[in-house]
Design a protein around this ligand. Structure first.
Ligand SMILES: Nc1ncnc2c1ncn2[C@@H]1O[C@H](COP(=O)(O)OP(=O)(O)OP(=O)(O)O)[C@@H](O)[C@H]1O
Ligand SMILES: O=P(O)(O)OC[C@H]1O[C@H](OP(=O)(O)OP(=O)(O)O)[C@H](O)[C@@H]1O
Length: 303
């Protein structure tokens, strides 16, 4: 059994207990070497190697727990922070590069509604009633729609994409990642309300200032793991006379490391390069005279 004073002196880190962000959060915890054992039916796990307790909560509740200072750090979606209106009470310390999707206005592909102006004043179903209301209030104001002419927003807890086919709505506001759900429901997007990804958040008014060193440690470990997953190291040899052309191609995050090597007028360069650019960077390096170009995988780093 977990007693309340077992948590004394521990940083509380909230993680979504299920859903789209859960698996990636576990990968991040492993990358940051935050070790724990999750007991069946218990939503609090004590870390076995750091003064941290993990609290597994619904993603939608995490901004409020962090904002009110009940937990010190949390991982959730940027969209969820805005939907729970906690943006003034939480700080987004890090973008985590996963859970990327867009909150979009969608309508039946073969229906009469072609634009957001056509949809204004009609029925919209969503799980994001705060963000959808803000979006359509602004649109209604712009179009001069008032009183019972205004767009009607109705909340549903899930399976939003079924609302048009069931006759509940003329349009929906829902998250789109691959677009598969939207297409399968015969819908298409006519506007984007916002783009979102998972973020690491802390309270703007922390309740436990003494935990600041552990907060910094967790931030730094997670930032290092994220950077390692987004970057790779490119190492090459280049005649000194071509060095500036080469370092323009590989400027690094801060600056490239340049070391002298055996042999007249050659240097070795090592630089962090975004993974997505690595093939093009290697091609360009070869064109400016680089030789022995190597790509080295990064497991982890501190940046
Ligand atoms: N298709 C998706 N692709 C990427 N990220 C997503 C996707 N759907 C949701 N997310 C992100 O994950 C967050 C939580 O979404 P999810 O639907 O898993 O919520 P949940 O309420 O925790 O789980 P569920 O409703 O499925 O039981 C969203 O607010 C969003 O930031
Ligand atoms: O563009 P896609 O890659 O198809 O992803 C979008 C779907 O993912 C989310 O729902 P989820 O599957 O998490 O379930 P839910 O409907 O219960 O929220 C979202 O609400 C969409 O339905």
């Amino acid at each position: 059994m977990l007693l309340p004073d077992t948590l004394d002196g521990r940083l509380l880190l909230a993680i979504p207990k299920k859903g789209r962000l859960y698996d990636k959060c576990l990968t991040i915890l492993a990358g940051a070497d935050i070790q724990f054992r999750r007991h069946h039916r218990l939503d609090v796990s004590l870390s076995t190697n750091l003064p941290i307790a993990l609290v597994f909560l619904p993603a939608a509740d995490i901004p409020s727990f962090v904002g009110k200072g009940n937990v010190d750090l949390g991982i959730t979606g940027h969209d969820v922070i805005l939907e729970s209106q906690m943006q003034d009470l939480v700080t987004e310390n890090l973008r985590l590069g996963f859970g990327k999707c867009a909150l979009q206005v969608q309508v039946p592909e073969n229906g009469p509604i072609k634009s957001i102006e056509d949809l204004a004043g009609k029925r919209v179903v969503t799980s994001f009633e705060v963000l959808a209301a803000k979006y359509f209030n602004e649109l209604d104001d712009k179009l001069g729609l008032q009183g019972d002419k205004k767009t009607q927003i109705e909340y549903v807890g899930g399976s939003v994409e079924a609302a048009c086919a069931l006759g509940l709505a003329d349009g929906i506001v829902d998250l789109v990642e691959s677009g598969e759900t939207m297409r399968a429901a015969g819908l298409h997007a006519i506007d984007t309300v916002l783009k979102t990804e998972a973020v690491l958040i802390s309270s703007t008014t922390p309740k436990h200032p003494d935990l600041e060193p552990v907060i910094k440690l967790v931030n730094s470990r997670i930032a290092g793991f994220i950077a390692a997953s987004e970057y790779t190291i490119v190492q090459y040899n280049i005649p000194r006379a071509r060095l500036s052309a080469a370092t323009e191609i590989t400027p690094g995050r801060r600056a490239p490391t340049i070391s002298p090597i055996e042999g007249e007028g050659w240097v070795a360069v090592s630089s962090m390069v975004p993974k997505k650019d690595v093939a093009t960077v290697m091609d360009k390096l070869v064109t400016v005279g680089a030789e022995d170009v190597l790509v080295i995988k990064l497991d982890n780093c501190r940046v």
